[in-house]
Design a protein around this ligand. Structure first.
Ligand code: PLP
Length: 385
């Protein structure tokens, strides 16, 4: 059976050049970068060089980069690390209702264990946060706002620069989870987000899994969430995963200024899938139809009288890999909190399908999926004649 992979928002295959860039850390530079001897120091030189290349690409200082084990660690470090440090200044945090669990759950943890109060902002019918709602949610004790740059389930792009400017005016720190943004849309400088803290992870744009970073604008220094050695300038204990960091650095240099995802082409092809969804009775596209308001590699829809598991299994049976939104909840019937935040009932939140196209997607594959989709949906709804 032919595999058609349309789940690029979940993860992407490792790029061949990135794989090559990782190789020295498996071979000659296998030492511990903290060792004083020359074997360790050759690994240290590669680590320092990777940090400098990342900083030069993102246009920030090397000391503003904290390498982590991936997206979830970066968001946890931003939220837990800053909240704990600033708790004597205030215990109020603002986030949106459509954040990834990697932001929602640390927020809930802070509320349940550390006496924080969290305002989860509503979103409009396409999943967008209003900067005005952020302004109205500010309190004297607000210390941090966290709004994602682009949503993983719908692709909706948030007005982060505007929200970041508002936060700066109000003296409140701003974190953006830009994990779905990097590698898809071009970025000239990390300062473009107008954020104090930015989370990134490599496997979303052809880098290795287990590698990410948190940009923390100088002089911010989040409290570590991993304790032990003095790695990463005492901000993250643990011997550095040098192969992954070299891969992360190469993916950033290659794909952050000029994205890996051919978005203009993918946008056109996504329209074929949207047309197919629109032609199916009981199926509704969700998200922003404006290609500038959405990561337009992403097409999400819900199906009446069905559920994600039936739909995804039906697609998988014919070789098509899709998702019900966030990868961690596919395989279970956890309703999508993003769909719920749009005001849809639980039955719709259980019936989300997301296609996300990527660099290796072909027009032929998209046409095949667009053709198959009505049949798969009819089968999943038990209405196939
Ligand atoms: C928007 C967003 N934030 C955070 C994460 C978590 O990243 P990871 O699973 O690599 O830790 C993901 C991954 O799906 C994501 O899409």
């Amino acid at each position: 059976m032919r595999t058609i992979y349309l789940d690029y928002n979940a993860t992407t295959p490792l790029d061949a050049r990135v794989r090559e860039a990782m190789q020295p850390a498996f071979d000659e530079a296998w030492g511990n970068p903290s060792s004083v001897h020359h074997v360790g120091q050759s690994a240290r030189a590669l680590l320092d060089d990777a940090r400098e290349r990342v900083a030069a690409t993102l246009k920030c200082k090397p000391s503003e980069i904290i390498f982590t084990s991936g997206g979830s660690e970066s968001t946890n470090l931003a939220l837990l690390g800053m909240a704990r440090q600033l708790r004597s200044h205030g215990r109020h945090i603002i986030a949106s209702a459509v954040e990834h669990d990697a932001v929602l759950h640390p927020c809930e943890y802070l509320a349940n264990n550390d006496g924080f109060e969290i305002t989860f902002l509503p979103v409009d019918s396409v999943g967008r946060v209003s900067p005005n709602d952020v302004r109205e949610a500010f309190r004297k004790d607000t210390i941090l706002v966290s709004i994602m740059a682009a949503n993983n389930e719908l692709g909706t792009i948030q007005p982060v620069a505007e929200i970041g400017a508002l936060c700066a005016e109000n003296g409140v720190l701003f974190h953006t989870d830009a994990i779905q943004w990097f590698g898809k849309l071009p970025l000239v400088s990390v300062a473009d987000f107008q954020a104090d803290l930015v989370s990134l992870c490599a496997h979303k744009f052809h880098g290795p899994k287990g590698a990410g970073l948190l940009y923390a604008k100088s002089p911010l220094n989040p409290d570590p969430i991993l304790h032990g050695g003095a790695h990463e300038n005492e901000r993250r204990a643990g011997t550095e995963n040098l192969p992954a960091i070299l891969g992360l650095a190469d993916a950033i240099v290659q794909f952050v200024p000029s994205p890996a995802f051919p978005m203009a082409q993918l946008g056109e092809w996504s329209n074929l899938l949207i047309d197919s969804v629109d032609s199916i009775e009981g199926a509704s596209f969700i998200g922003d139809r404006d290609p500038n308001g959405r990561l337009n590699n992403t097409v999400s829809f819900i199906v009446e009288d069905s559920d994600s598991i039936a739909l995804l299994s039906g697609l998988d049976l014919v070789g098509i890999c899709a998702s019900s939104g966030s990868a961690c909840s596919s395989g279970s019937v956890t309703p999508s909190h993003v769909v719920k935040a749009l005001g849809a009932p639980d039955s719709s939140a259980n019936a989300l399908v997301r296609f996300s196209l990527g660099r290796e997607t072909s027009l032929e594959e998209v046409k095949l999926v667009a053709d198959f989709l009505p049949r798969v949906v009819a089968q999943a709804r038990g209405t196939n004649k």
